[in-house]
Write a protein that binds this ligand. Structure first.
Ligand code: BGC
Length: 263
């Protein structure tokens, strides 16, 4: 499997790390998704070893794109609020490149990955103007696209509203931790989206993360924002497909640091 449009996509999550070979032209998976538990503690070494094992299980030696749940600039982790603190200042691209021994590694934010995938192949396909995807999960991730181009690393899950980080009242974890009803939580998400709308004037909101499979539970409470709000349509595949897109030449993502070694 060394066709140039086939890329291994890896999605690093708080509970599991998932990988599959992606056909980046079609936005589809060329293999089944395989997964492993995110090591505890989720240190750089543990996570990189886990990714190496996934690549080995798929017998993969080609380019690799990785979605990371935090902020990366120029190949270096700046923040990883839901992983181990030792990630900060870690040279993730270089570490992966050396450990995997593959010709090319690109790493970007996990929500940006999902946003790129949904914009190209999912709920945002063909939509002109500004599309904002938010992933509601352990944290809140954001992706902002205009006419399909990504403005990377927006980190809008940490927007402070009413003195609170949005993640504290609108993430899935906040709902579970506080035992909020879907209505209570839905109204919090509504408040969050309304604030984002005020700032970014999007043409479309896409709601991603595990909850996008259950829109009937809370979408009826998302009533204040004027722009259209739709659930993501690619489910868990979005993070993997989008991660692979990071490694496609020409896909715009300033957060990505390309890293090549001579074969
Ligand atoms: C991080 C983001 C990430 C999101 C979802 C947030 O806590 O700051 O970078 O995209 O969680 O994983």
């Amino acid at each position: 499997m060394n066709d140039s449009h086939l890329i291994l996509g890896v999605d690093i999550g708080g509970t599991s790390i998932k990988a599959a070979v992606v056909d980046t032209r079609k936005g589809t998976l060329a293999t089944a998704v395989i997964r492993t538990k995110t090591p505890r503690p989720a240190t750089p070494k543990g996570v990189v070893v886990a990714i190496g094992e996934l690549a080995k299980r798929l017998k993969w030696q080609g380019p690799v794109g990785v979605g990371f749940p935090g902020l990366i600039k120029h190949g270096v982790v700046r923040r990883a609020p839901n992983l181990d603190a030792s990630w900060v200042r870690h040279e993730i691209v270089e570490h992966l490149r050396r450990a995997l021994g593959v010709p090319f590694v690109a790493v970007g934010n996990d929500a940006d990955a999902a946003g790129l995938a949904e914009a190209r192949f999912g709920a945002g396909r063909g939509v002109r103007g500004t599309v904002v995807l938010v992933t509601l999960g352990t944290g809140i991730g954001s992706a902002v696209l205009h006419n399909g181009s990504l403005l990377p690393d927006t980190e809008l899950g940490h927007l402070e509203i009413g003195g609170q980080d949005a993640e504290q009242f609108a993430s899935t974890v906040a709902r579970e931790r506080n035992k909020w009803s879907w209505e209570q939580w839905g109204r919090n998400v509504d408040r969050y989206l309304t604030t984002l709308e005020y700032m970014l004037a999007p043409d479309l909101f896409i709601i991603g993360g595990g909850v996008s499979a259950d829109p009937e539970r809370f979408f009826r409470y998302l009533e204040t924002a004027e722009c259209k709000i739709v659930p993501a349509t690619m489910g868990n595949d979005a993070g993997i497909v989008g991660a692979a897109l990071f490694a496609v030449p020409g896909v715009k993502s300033l957060s990505r640091k390309r890293s090549r070694v001579k074969a």
